[in-house]
Design a binder for this molecule. Structure first.
Ligand SMILES: Nc1ncnc2c1ncn2[C@@H]1O[C@H](COP(=O)(O)OP(=O)(O)OP(=O)(O)O)[C@@H](O)[C@H]1O
Length: 835
């Protein structure tokens, strides 16, 4: 027989619950004492490692490094356990009460000095029952207890009785502490959920490490939390594999990554790389979202073909003619010839564009030699040389000196069967006119230079071919011209360009710099790299051109040749919003990776989900593109990507919203996507969402005042964070203005009809509000949550983009406790409150 209690008083004073808490506290104290010893041991190990290195024995440096590294990891893991070390207890079924096994579950594993288990790490197999046992499937667990602590002190308990028949004499404490924990105040940063992971979530966290884990779920079902706990699990269980090659976690924007950045460190895992889609590429940071119609073009797979054409076009400022002089003969290549050479080099070079500069130089020399012969060069040269020689000999003879010796041929590129050609090549490649031309005609290009060059509509039109709608060219070019801010989609394009341009060729160190005709002033003009060595004498060299200096300094400053890192595991959050080009960017970082993909298609702002899905499959298959990105033209048959194991999961319980707020968000979902199923919310607050109908919500016509008043009211009602969610700024919005029901593309008037909130409006609104109120546009609100949210003008949000209703669905599902909606449209009040 068990007894269920919440606050009953015992004969010894205090409640049953107090007595149980005191008993747990005794155990927890023992665990902390041992944790302290383990920390001291780890510190001693670190000291010992350093001592060994001072001893200077053979191999001691390696030993020391290994020892210090291990001990430091251990010390770090033990440090994080200082708060809430033990959070769970399992009582397992047994033949009698005395032989009943008890397991304590905690943030890290703690053992006695005799190696008996005091606390089991939550990720260890023995802890699995804590998360998986249910009354239907108790897995031998009679009672599951959650311990709530503040620092080292146990402050509350909550029990689940899973097997009543086996619960002989067991006390069961329960007052809904789990649900209460869901209602806790949000402080602006996500927290870990180790103590309360639910069964369906645990299945995702412990899913197989290989292949792809795909997790779907409505807002608030814990997708992000689960993905992060999975990272901690993978790093714990497969430390060698994932620890060394790394785990990358990708979120939609920097606000989001800031929101989740403390979860992994709080789980003792600081090694994962956390990036947003806007700062995944080193040296580039996105600050804006493109309006949907531009994003659609920039993110489409066809953009890969456009960029490929862009890097094969001549660089801005490339000279249109090459002229060199050999033995008095002028040899020139005109634009048409140069263009043919350029496309020929591109066609024949497998590697990157920058690496092909050496090949381009050779092709130019070939063409010059050919041209030299075409213009009757050898004869003219012989004649000119003969005349010159005759003149000199006459002068020498007049001085009573011997005749000129025959000049020996100077071997050019290694000596060929044609000494005349070798001499030509050797002389020409040393000419200033040739090297200057090469640097300008085939410059080492950076991704950002190429993207900016597409700010020129004519150049963009050439690159676009038929892959971009003609009407899109001008707005696209505008978005890249000058110093226009980089968008989230642009970052993926820069990565694509980086892959196309690649690193410049490595200089040949074997060849003494002084003998290398492409080394000018200690810099290899093919690669831009500094190849000065002992044999280099500056005064013997020609002066460096300003272009070379510029290139050299830029490349050093920008670290443009940095390697792109690859990871062993990649977690993609909010994956429903990724464009095909963004998937390509991720694919390059995970060619050997396993993946965890987290998404909710109903929240997707991306329109062409099928194309994005195909790009995702390619990325997961090892980063090889099934299509070369062009919608037409030649396609080489490619080997199909290997099929990797796929594990799919759906999360069904909404832990964020109260049932009252979840009902509002379900009504928006019913309009946005009638066939979609909302998640089941579990916590009822008794607080109904508020919808206010106001005459005007344009920022200057009452919108800012109304939003400010709503925030002020909520500040008195909740202790934690408040999100003021306003419509998109004008440059990021474009309505679905298509007459035929199709989303509008380009050419229609600017979206002046739909009101928008500028960044300045947001700043004005935020100015007089405390820090716990965040003012953000609907796209910035993705993935975040607040104690209370104010949604300004749902009618505007819904109309601002083809996916506006889904964006609104995201907005209304952000709040945990209170929701206020301000609208000018009574119809929206009815939709939100009654459906
Ligand atoms: N098992 C759990 N115990 C306690 N809190 C939980 C649990 N699962 C999720 N939560 C909480 O629910 C909230 C929503 O979780 P999360 O942000 O991970 O959801 P999501 O599915 O990613 O939502 P969205 O799709 O809106 O981004 C968070 O505050 C999270 O800590």
């Amino acid at each position: 027989m068990s007894s269920q209690v919440t606050g009953r008083t015992t004969s010894s004073g205090g409640t049953v619950k107090d007595r149980e808490i005191a008993a747990e506290q005794r155990y927890v104290d023992i665990a902390y004492a041992r944790l302290e010893e383990m920390r001291a041991e780890a510190q001693a190990m670190i000291r010992e490692g350093y001592r060994q290195s001072l001893a200077g024995t053979k191999g001691s440096l390696v030993d020391r490094d290994a020892m210090v590294h291990q001990a430091a990891l251990r010390a770090q893991a033990l440090d994080i356990a200082d708060d809430g070390l033990v959070f769970g207890r399992l009582d397992l079924a047994a033949a009698d009460e005395d032989s009943r096994e008890i397991r304590y579950i905690g943030r890290v594993g703690v053992r006695t000095s005799e190696h008996d288990s005091l606390v089991i790490d939550w990720r260890a197999p023995a802890a699995e029952d804590f998360y998986r046992a249910t009354p239907e499937d108790p897995r031998g667990v009679v009672r599951r207890r959650v311990l709530h602590s503040r620092g080292h002190a146990v402050v509350d308990l909550e029990d689940d009785l899973l097997d009543p028949d086996a619960a002989d004499g067991m006390t069961i404490i329960g007052d809904g502490a789990f649900l209460a924990s869901l209602a806790r105040t949000r402080e602006g940063e996500m927290r870990d959920i180790v103590a309360t992971i639910q069964r369906e979530q645990d299945e995702v966290i412990r899913a197989p490490a290989d292949g792809t884990v795909l997790v779907r779920g409505a807002p608030g079902t814990g997708k992000t939390a689960v993905a992060l706990h999975r990272v901690a699990y993978l790093l714990f269980r497969h430390r060698r594999r994932f620890g060394s090659r790394g785990v990358l976690v990708i979120g939609p924007n920097r606000r989001f990554t800031a929101y989740i950045e403390r979860v992994l460190p709080s789980l003792g895992e600081g090694s994962a790389t956390l990036r947003s889609l806007g700062d995944l590429v080193d040296g580039a940071t996105a600050t804006v979202h493109d309006p949907p119609r531009l994003a659609r073009v920039k993110g489409a797979d066809a953009m890969a073909a456009v960029l490929r054409r862009a890097v094969t076009d001549h660089a801005p400022g490339a000279p249109g003619e090459l002229r060199v002089v050999f033995k008095g003969v002028v040899v020139a290549l005109d634009r048409a010839r140069l263009d043919r050479i350029r496309s020929d080099v591109h066609r024949r070079s497998r590697g990157s564009v920058n690496a092909a500069r050496g090949r381009a130089a050779e092709a130019l020399l070939d063409a010059l030699w050919e041209r030299f012969n075409e213009v009757g060069g050898p004869d003219a040269a012989a004649e000119a040389a003969g005349a010159e020689e005759g003149l000199w000999n006459a002068i020498l003879a007049a001085d009573g000196l011997a005749e000129l010796d025959e000049e020996p041929a100077r071997g050019g590129s290694g000596g060929s069967a044609d000494p005349e050609r070798d001499q030509f090549v050797a002389r020409v490649r040393e000419q200033r006119a040739f090297t200057d031309f090469l640097v300008a005609w085939w410059p080492i290009r950076r991704p950002l230079d190429v993207l900016r060059s597409l700010g020129d509509p004519d150049r963009l039109r050439r690159a676009a071919g038929r892959d971009i709608d003609g009407a899109a060219v001008e707005p696209l070019a505008r978005s890249w011209a000058g110093d226009a801010p980089l968008s989230y989609q642009d970052v993926a394009l820069l990565d694509e360009l980086d892959a196309l341009l690649g690193s410049p060729p490595r200089p040949s160190r074997r060849r003494a710099a002084a003998d290398d005709p492409f080394v000018v002033d200690g810099v290899n003009i093919l690669t831009g790299e500094d190849v000065a060595d002992d044999t280099w004498e500056p005064e013997m060299q020609e002066l460096t051109t300003s272009i070379e200096r510029l290139e050299r300094s830029r490349r050093v400053d920008d670290g443009v040749v940095e390697e792109r890192p690859e990871y062993a595991h990649i977690v993609v959050d909010e994956a429903q919003d990724l464009s095909p080009m963004q998937w390509r960017m991720l694919g390059r970082r995970g060619r050997q990776a396993s993946w965890t993909i987290v998404e909710d298609p109903a929240q997707s702002a991306w329109e062409d989900l099928d194309a994005a899905r195909a790009a995702m499959e390619t990325a997961l298959g090892g980063g090889r593109s099934a299509s070369r990105g062009s919608s037409r033209g030649r396609r080489r048959p490619r080997k199909p990507a290997p099929v990797r194991a796929r594990h799919e999961y759906e999360l069904t319980t909404n832990y964020r919203n109260s049932t009252e707020i979840a009902a509002v968000s379900a009504r928006v979902l019913a309009v946005a996507l009638p066939e979609a199923r909302p998640a089941r919310a579990v916590r009822t607050s008794g607080i109904d969402p508020v919808v206010r109908v106001l005459p005007d919500l344009l920022p200057d016509l009452g919108g800012i005042t109304a939003a400010w008043e709503a925030a002020e009211e909520l500040l008195g009602q909740v202790d934690g964070t408040i999100g003021l969610i306003v419509p998109l700024p004008p440059e990021e919005a474009n309505p679905d203005a298509g007459q035929d029901g199709q989303p509008a593309l380009f050419g229609e008037p600017e979206p002046s009809g739909v009101p928008a909130w500028t960044a300045a409006d947001r700043e004005r609104l935020a100015a007089d509000l405390p820090e716990r109120v965040q003012v953000l546009d609907v796209l910035e609100a993705k993935g975040l949550e607040f104690d209370a949210a104010v949604i300004v003008a749902p009618e505007t949000i819904a109309a601002q983009s083809p996916r506006g209703l889904r964006v609104l669905y995201v907005a209304v599902s952000r709040a945990t406790q209170r929701l206020t909606v301000l609208t000018t449209d009574p119809g929206w009040r009815d939709t939100l409150l009654t459906g």
